[in-house]
Design a protein around this ligand. Structure first.
Ligand code: AMP
Length: 412
């Protein structure tokens, strides 16, 4: 789908980026540009719109950040000139950190704005007239409507994880934000998948975009993934088995609900594991603390829900364990993307019960291959098991295949 394929430059020097950015790239430890950067940076520098079909972990932040920063350095003008919208606070913070690292030898300023934390510090950050604003749509709109954030000088707009923003019901807010931007601007839209609503947004937004397609709905080949059939009530014992037998250096364990993530983290902690929970009911500072603790390996097990874990970049996660299957087949690939990153090898193990058979079929259809089954001795599924709700009561709703509804929780 990409309309031109550049010859991969051996180093970043050949893009002709501003020398301060080259220093930042070296300081960040990047040696060779990754495919998405090879494909995105040249058209980005030419001022073209870009549609990037790529997941987090591919290097897309630097792919959009470098052309954006290069443009900002071409002219000394303060105030928001680049706006990056991201679905979650964690992703917004991560993007700002990466942009800050790449721009560390420049004088450009950044502000991150998202809900769930005091608005005052964000207002004072905006008073510093940062050139780059990274934020979640809810709070951006809020500050825009309060007149604190002025977007009339924005030259580059980035929408990151557009599909996730749609999942979270942010598209109407984004369309309002677009109304506050000047018509003449560069647009860079990244999305791992292309539901029709995101396609519609891309069609409205992008003018003859350069299309970069890296999204592969199959999990990365660096991830060995398996399904383990298990009865719902034996999942805890199976988890204990997998955590201890599989040499899990660090694992992200996914649950279906916030409540289950909280309870499971507490249970693992009581059982002597170094586990921490990350779910949407935590305050922002609790979430930040949990992420820091997992990144620093103080805790080596992170129990999370999809909403907070998507897009999070943690290097060296050895295992992803799906304690509950995700709501959609697409989310499976996103979850597995938390391991096997940057050429490292990872393992993913999904616990499936008899009632998940519809989900298994839909997921295998999506990724185009059968997921290997793993038999764990002592954890054979009970063929007579009735479909059950996670709380153990009989399930009274259709199986997964028939309820691929989108979540509409908001991040801020
Ligand atoms: P992203 O997809 O933007 O979340 O990037 C995933 C991770 O790869 C981040 O930790 C980046 O800092 C890192 N990264 C991005 N590009 C490169 C590169 N060319 N060389 C080495 N690391 C990179």
């Amino acid at each position: 789908m990409s309309d031109s394929v550049s010859i991969a430059p051996a180093t970043f020097d050949r893009f002709g980026l501003h020398h301060t950015l080259i220093r930042g790239i070296h300081a960040a430890g990047f040696e060779t540009p990754w495919p998405i950067q090879v494909e995105t940076i040249p058209p980005g520098l030419d001022g073209r719109d870009v549609l990037g079909l790529a997941q987090t972990g591919t290097g897309k932040t630097a792919a959009f950040a470098l052309p954006l920063l290069d443009r900002l350095l071409g002219e000394r003008r303060k105030g928001p000139r680049a706006l990056v919208l991201a679905p979650t606070r964690e992703l917004a913070s991560q993007i700002t950190e990466e942009i800050r690292a790449l721009a560390r030898f420049t004088r450009l300023k950044m502000a991150t704005i998202y809900g769930g934390v005091s608005i005052h510090s964000q207002i004072s950050a905006l008073r510093q007239r940062p050139e780059v604003v990274v934020g979640c749509p809810g709070r951006v709109l809020d500050l825009l409507q309060q007149g604190v954030l002025r977007l009339g000088q924005v030259e580059t707009l980035v929408l990151d994880e557009a599909d996730h923003m749609f999942d979270m019901g942010f598209l109407p807010g984004i369309r309002k934000i677009l109304g506050a931007l000047p018509d003449r601007r560069q647009n860079l839209l990244f999305s791992a998948t292309m539901p029709k609503e995101v396609r519609g947004l891309a069609d409205d937004l992008l003018k003859t975009p350069h299309v970069v397609e890296l999204a592969d709905m199959a999990p990365a080949t660096t991830v060995k993934h398996t399904l383990v059939l298990v009865a719902e009530q034996r999942k805890h014992a199976l988890l204990e088995h997998v955590l201890t037998q599989d040499n899990c250096d660090s694992a992200i364990v996914f649950t279906r609900t916030k409540h289950r993530a909280r309870r499971l983290a507490a249970r693992l902690d009581q059982a002597g594991h170094r586990a921490v929970g990350l779910q949407g009911n935590l305050s922002q500072s609790q979430r930040d603390r949990a992420m820091r603790s997992f990144r620093s390996r103080h805790h080596n097990i992170l129990v999370a829900t999809d909403i907070v874990a998507r897009g999070i970049d943690v290097s060296g996660v050895s295992h992803v364990i799906n304690f509950d299957v995700p709501d959609t087949p697409e989310a499976y690939t996103h979850r597995l993307g938390r391991t096997g990153r940057a050429e490292r090898h990872g393992e993913a193990c999904t616990f499936v019960t008899a009632s998940d058979s519809g989900w298994v079929r839909a997921t295998e259809r999506m990724i185009g291959s059968r997921i290997p089954r793993r038999q764990v001795e002592g954890f054979e599924p009970d063929v007579n098991e009735k479909p059950r709700r996670p709380d153990g009561r009989a399930r009274n709703r259709p199986p997964h295949s028939a309820r691929r509804g989108r979540s509409h929780r908001r991040a801020g």
